[in-house]
Design a protein around this ligand. Structure first.
Ligand code: NAD
Length: 256
């Protein structure tokens, strides 16, 4: 296996939710590895900061404001990315939102709809929009970000948990459907990671949780997730398809 198969240099990668946390770390890592990166997010100001940082570090990135739950906007943004950076080789479906609401709470319906729109339906739509590009060289890569909530459950999180179980189902379905068309589809289940999504949790509460539940006894950092994403995006990972990779410090391996 030659070293260029262990490189994403020259490839075009679309990363959603790339203005913060895991997506931002992935965008920076991919650009550092020589990929052309489309930084896609809701947050225009943070997108600019990420793109400027990549430019200053000598990488190539462009920013795109997109609400991934807006079905009318996705195709136009994908077309613009292709015009700016070239056909998409790698799609990282990372944008996500929480979905905490107990089943009998008044806000449950709204939380459920929003969680499914952003965490699950958008992933399918982005694959549909990027598919002609992903399959053109028979070495496309899709990495969907699920969660350990895709494999187990926490009380009061039905919307988030069900949507993340759906991400695993979507990943397996598309791996089976698209494998013969030259597109490998895999997903990652992060455990507890220090990002925007967990920033409201008190540090002492994080530490107690991590000591009790995580064999590595700490939260993970977004960069540690990004390296897992990179692994699945490499040309060398050509026989990994339909995989569900836990990056959780061993959390779900632990019984007691
Ligand atoms: P984060 O809040 O730091 O980043 C999420 C990013 O997604 C933000 O920049 C936000 O603006 C963007 N986003 C949200 N809704 C969007 C939309 N509709 N359109 C476009 N962009 C949107 O959180 P994070 O932890 O980096 O989350 C990344 C992914 O990791 C999510 O799918 C999340 O569910 C998953 N995850 C996170 C953890 C964790 O502990 N942090 C654990 C398991 C899974």
């Amino acid at each position: 296996m030659t070293s260029d198969l262990r490189s994403i240099a020259g490839r075009t990668a679309l990363v959603t939710g790339a203005a913060s946390g895991i997506g931002r770390a992935t965008a920076r890592l991919f650009a550092g590895e020589g990929a052309r990166v489309a930084v896609v997010d809701l947050d225009a100001g943070e997108i600019d900061i990420v793109v400027s940082g990549i430019d200053e570090a000598g990488g190539t990135a462009s920013g795109y404001v997109l609400d991934v739950s807006d079905p009318d906007a996705i195709e136009g943004v994908v077309e613009q990315i292709v015009a700016d950076l070239g056909p998409i080789d790698i799609l990282i479906n990372n944008a996500g939102r929480g979905g905490g609401a107990s089943i009998d709470s008044p806000e449950f319906e709204d939380v459920w709809s929003a969680a499914f729109a952003v965490n699950l339906t958008a992933q399918a739509r982005l694959v549909r929009a990027a598919l002609p590009h992903l399959e053109r060289n028979r070495d496309g890569r899709v990495v969907n970000i699920a969660s350990t909530e895709g494999l187990g459950a926490t009380p009061g999180m039905a919307a988030y948990t069900a949507s993340k179980h759906g991400v695993i189902g979507l990943t397996k379905s598309l791996a089976v459907e698209l494998g013969s068309r030259g597109v490998n589809v895999n997903c990652i289940c992060p455990g507890p990671i220090n990002t925007g999504m967990t920033s409201a949790i008190r540090e002492d509460h994080k530490a107690i949780f991590a000591r009790r539940r995580v064999p590595l006894a700490r939260y993970g950092e977004p960069e540690e997730l990004a390296h897992g994403v990179l692994h699945l995006a490499l040309p060398a990972s050509s026989y990994i398809n339909g995989a569900v990779l836990r990056v959780d410090g061993g959390m779900l391996a632990k019984n007691a």
